[in-house]
Structure formats: C-alpha cells, structure tokens
Design a protein around this ligand. Structure first.
Ligand SMILES: NC(=O)c1ccc[n+]([C@@H]2O[C@H](COP(=O)([O-])OP(=O)(O)OC[C@H]3O[C@@H](n4cnc5c(N)ncnc54)[C@H](OP(=O)(O)O)[C@@H]3O)[C@@H](O)[C@H]2O)c1
Length: 326
C-alpha cells in the first residue's frame, strides 16, 4: 500500500504559531473507487487566511485543507488520465485520493512556470483583480494605496492599478521588497517600518487616496483613513496584522462619515463567475510584460510549518509556496 505524509495542526497557537503546533503524520493511501483519482502533490500553497482558522475552525489532528497543484498518479476517471496536471484543495498532504470532480484539470502554458498558476494566474490574481476592479470600483486615473504591496495579492493589486492609469503607492515591510516594487514593478514604495507612516503616504499621494486596497488593518488602516478622499472606497481583502490576535487597534474610523467612505469585505470566490474575463485580461498583461511577480518557494513537504511561520513573519517576497515534488 502507498503511504502519504500529512501536516496536522495538533495544538491551537498562542499568538505567532511555533513548530510544535504542527506535526507530520504518515497515512496510508486507499485503493481507488470508480471515478476517483490519486493526486501526487507538486506545489502547495501556504496562505495567511489559514491562521485565523487555527483558533477554532481547523480541526486538530486532521489534514489542513488548502490549495495546490498536483499530478494524477493513478486514475479511475477517464477524463483525468495518469500524468494530468490538476489544481486541487487537498491541502497539506503529499498524495491523496479524491473524487475526480473535486480536482480541476490544469492546461498550463509551457512558456510559464507552473507556479504562476498558484498566484498571478490563480486565486491570488483573481482576488487582486476582483477586489480592486469590482469591490473597489477602481476608476482610471485615481489615487490608490495598497498594503502588503510586496506580497502575493498586494503586488498584483498595485500593478493592476498602475496598468489602469492610477497613481499608486504600496506599503511593505522591508527595503528589499520596497526596492523590487520601485525598480521592477514601477510602484512608489513605502517601508512602513521606517518613519511616520501617515507622512510617508501623504508625500506619495499628496492629493489623498481614492481607493485603499486593505490587506493589513490596524495602524496601516488608521494611517490611511484620514487621507481618504470624498467618496473613497476601501475594499477589504485581509487584515493580517490581527491574525495572531495581538494586532494594534483602529481609532480613525470616524473619517468614514463626512468623507462618505465605503468599506466592503470580499473573498476571491465572489469573482468566480468572472474567471474567464480575469484569465483573459491577466494573460494579456503577462504577455505584454506589464505584470511582474515574485515567489518564495520553500523546498520540501516537511517544511510546510516553517513556511507558514515565515509567511506570518513577512519573510516571503511575493507568493509563498512549498515544493513537494517536481
Ligand atoms: N479575501 C480573500 O479572498 C483573500 C485571498 C487571499 C489573500 N487575502 C488576504 O490578503 C493579504 C495578503 O495575503 P497574501 O496571500 O498575498 O500574502 P502575502 O502578502 O504574500 O504575505 C503576507 C505578508 O503580510 C505581511 N505581514 C505579515 N504580518 C504582518 C503584520 N503583523 N502587519 C503588517 N503586515 C504583515 C508581510 O509582508 P510585509 O513584509 O510587507 O509586512 C507578509 O509577507 C492577507 O491579509 C490575506 O488574508 C485575502
């Protein structure tokens, strides 16, 4: 019988997760029933949204769900023969059996790295595109602030705003990420760890902010609120500064009243029906050389917990992925 490795959450983290909150467990892979496939994991996504789930929703001593790209190792489904590449939600396991209808065939462009389908051409890109253009109702020529702009979603959102003819500034946590944003992506970058944040944002966007693409919350939201323009929008993608339960509070929400601000949360699946439009627009930008991306690939299934902790410490540049097999 084939065996697989799984990563389980075995203890609810107190604040920042530590390695002992996770365990690697060996499991046997069952025989296939009709219309089932066995997927061998190639790339596994490690995401910030997982952290709040550790507090209650994620069952202990069970496989942690999440997105990935895999290859069909065995099949009893005609549509997915052995060797087919698929996208799946199988999470932190090196191989697993699933009904064929729960995985999606991936027809990857050989000119692009497979990993691109885990971010710029995947859920990350869709999140940035939908959040900015639909929820944020971005208009050409507006003034846009993006937080976690050196990360996966943020870097795509900032570049879409630039492509749409906006004036863009991005907040990020290191000089290296700021340099990439400036030199490669062409975005005004602010290292939020240095200097007074509100002064730096006001200098980059002297006419104020029409759209603040929110990924952090806490003191970054607080700094942005007084600088918002009349009828400004704050599409809320994430609030990572609070995910470990120890983030700073927000005091400037009263600015929403007279500035007539609209703040609205969204999740990537809200834009699923617009997938074709997203794929077409994003592929065009990539082919035209207008979209740049970074990724941090940690090698080895056993390093998934390490990658998760590094992500929450801001050690990733662009999308954080774990390579399980090639
Ligand atoms: N709504 C949705 O459907 C959806 C989908 C995907 C992601 N998201 C959200 O989008 C945001 C970015 O996710 P991502 O996958 O693209 O990850 P990412 O930005 O690639 O990585 C996370 C980054 O967050 C920053 N960070 C970590 N802790 C922080 C803190 N305490 N304060 C400020 N910044 C902190 C770090 O960058 P710095 O070095 O810049 O601090 C880190 O690199 C997250 O809030 C996530 O929850 C939402």
């Amino acid at each position: 019988m084939t065996h697989a490795q799984q990563i389980h959450l075995v203890r609810r983290p107190q604040g920042m997760p530590v390695a002992a909150d996770f365990a690697q467990v060996e499991a046997s892979v069952p025989e296939l029933a009709a219309d089932e496939v066995e997927v061998e994991a190639l790339l596994v996504s490690v995401d910030p949204y997982m952290r709040p789930r550790f507090n209650a929703d994620q069952a202990l001593a069970a496989v942690m769900p999440g997105g990935g790209i895999g290859r069909i190792a065995r099949s009893r489904a005609d549509a997915l023969p052995e060797g087919t590449l698929v996208k799946h939600g199988g999470g932190f396991q090196s191989r697993f059996v699933a009904p064929a209808r729960t995985v999606a065939r991936l027809d990857a462009d050989p000119a692009l790295p497979l990993s691109a389908y885990m971010h710029v051409l995947g859920g990350t890109g869709l999140t940035a595109w939908g959040g900015l253009l639909h929820t944020g109702a971005l208009q050409e020529g507006e003034r846009v602030l993006v937080s976690t702009a050196g990360g996966a979603v943020g870097s795509v959102a900032a570049q879409i705003a630039l492509i749409k003819g906006c004036t863009v500034a991005g907040l990020t946590g290191s000089d290296e990420k700021a340099a990439w944003l400036r030199d490669i992506a062409g975005i005004q970058a602010i290292n939020y760890r240095t200097g007074k944040l509100s002064d730096a944002i006001a200098a980059a966007l002297p006419e104020g902010i029409d759209v603040y693409f929110e990924n952090v919350g806490g003191n970054q939201l607080d700094a942005a609120l007084p600088l918002m323009r009349l009828n400004g929008r704050i599409p809320v993608c994430g609030m990572i500064s609070g995910y470990n339960g120890d983030g700073p509070g927000v005091h400037n929400l009263f600015n929403m009243i007279y500035k007539r601000l609209r703040m609205e949360g969204f999740v990537s699946t809200d834009f699923q029906s617009a997938q074709a439009a997203f794929q077409s627009e994003m592929s065009g930008w990539i082919k035209a050389g207008k979209m740049h991306w970074q990724e941090t690939i940690v090698e080895g299934f056993e390093r998934i917990p390490e990658a998760m902790i590094a992500l929450l410490n801001g050690e990733n540049a662009g999308k954080m992925l774990v390579r399980v097999a090639v």
